[in-house]
Design a binder for this molecule. Structure first.
Ligand SMILES: NC(=O)c1ccc[n+]([C@@H]2O[C@H](COP(=O)([O-])OP(=O)(O)OC[C@H]3O[C@@H](n4cnc5c(N)ncnc54)[C@H](O)[C@@H]3O)[C@@H](O)[C@H]2O)c1
Length: 314
């Protein structure tokens, strides 16, 4: 297939491009290399992919409709839309930017799909759409109308507009709710990567809340298994959780990273952050039934692999 991956130089996108190329697909990676974190990291992420004759890089912004016209001058079998401003906390300071890129950018891509008769669209949604609730596990049928950050709200709204395009124009639509993804190339500001860096630099590990907040962490290879299976084998309209389906407390997470790094942590406790949810936990039974998704990498092993990668970079 010929597949457009937006945000293809980022953490998840670059792994996805690598996997799709390995499976014989032709990939166009669209990315604007913004400075949400160091763009050099994104350049590095795509170094291997760029060696493939089946890989093309389209550098530009999903808000630039003339640029999108030129990219969509060729046709695609599937668009996998990962480009977004990610991260809950910065969205509270800059909601308009999040709204613009995450929502208007998504509409721009959907419009291209409608005009060019592209049959399939895969959208990166997020566990954050489930809001600040504590009843777990989270199921796709749960109400998502109470997001607690602008970022989460843009993802819930993105899902809604995707549904409209499915309904109106018959575009097959797969809305994938990722649960905290980690592994090599993870964004530098995310928990795990941030804690590992603080340990390596001999700085205190700064933890928000009492350490009991829990997340369902998903190893990058498992996420890529799920996204690839949906890209290749899913049909119609689907909303699917892609998670590790296990929760780990913040305290336990830091213990695991410290063990792997061989560095005892000095913890600096800080108050809870607005916008942060207390727990995430994915019920992945629907993803298993629809595309055979089954997370393979438990957190202990994933953290070990991540720390190995991080230490090798030093
Ligand atoms: N990493 C996670 O744990 C997680 C969890 C839930 C959802 N998601 C979603 O998955 C997607 C990928 O996340 P990631 O962690 O790989 O983030 P990332 O920041 O590493 O990747 C996003 C990429 O999109 C690009 N981009 C941003 N705005 C753009 C624009 N206007 N035009 C073109 N390119 C643009 C960035 O340069 C970046 O390379 C995002 O949609 C994110 O919201 C991620």
């Amino acid at each position: 297939m010929k597949i457009l991956v937006t945000g293809g130089a980022g953490f998840i996108g670059s792994h996805l491009c690598d996997r799709l190329l390995g499976r014989g697909h032709t990939v166009v990676c669209l990315d604007n290399f913004n400075d949400f974190y160091d763009p050099q990291i994104k350049r590095r992420n795509i170094q291997d992919a760029q060696k493939s004759p089946n890989y093309t890089l389209a550098t530009g912004d999903i808000l630039d409709t003339a640029f999108l016209d030129s990219v969509f001058a060729e046709s695609f079998d599937v668009v996998v839309h990962l480009a977004a401003y990610a991260g809950v906390r910065p969205s509270i300071d800059n909601p308009s930017l999040y709204q613009k890129v995450n929502l208007e950018g998504t509409v721009n891509l959907l419009e291209q799909c409608r005009r060019r008769d592209i049959k399939k669209f895969v959208f990166a949604s997020s566990s954050s759409v489930y809001g600040g609730r504590t009843e777990v596990p989270f199921r796709e049928s749960d109400n998502i109308m109470k997001p607690i950050s602008p970022y989460a709200a843009t993802k819930a709204a993105g899902e809604a507009i995707c549904h409209s395009y499915h309904h109106l124009f018959g575009i097959q639509m797969h809305l994938l709710r990722f649960f905290t993804v980690y592994g090599p190339r993870q964004r530098p500001e995310m928990a795990i990567h941030l804690f590992a860096r603080q340990l390596l630099e001999g700085k205190p590990v700064r933890l928000f809340g009492d350490g009991e907040s829990s997340r369902d962490y998903t190893y990058i290879d498992d996420i890529i298994d799920g996204v690839t299976a949906c890209t290749e084998n899913c049909h119609g309209f689907e909303v699917l959780n892609l998670g590790g389906s296990r929760t780990t407390s913040l305290k336990r997470l830091v213990e695991m990273i410290s063990e792997q790094m061989g560095i005892a942590p000095v913890i600096e406790w800080l108050p809870n952050q607005p916008g942060d949810v207390p727990i995430t936990f994915a019920d992945v039974s629907r993803a298993k039934a629809v595309v055979g998704y089954e997370p393979q990498v438990p957190i202990e092993e994933g953290v070990r692999r991540f720390c190995q990668w991080k230490k090798a970079l030093q």
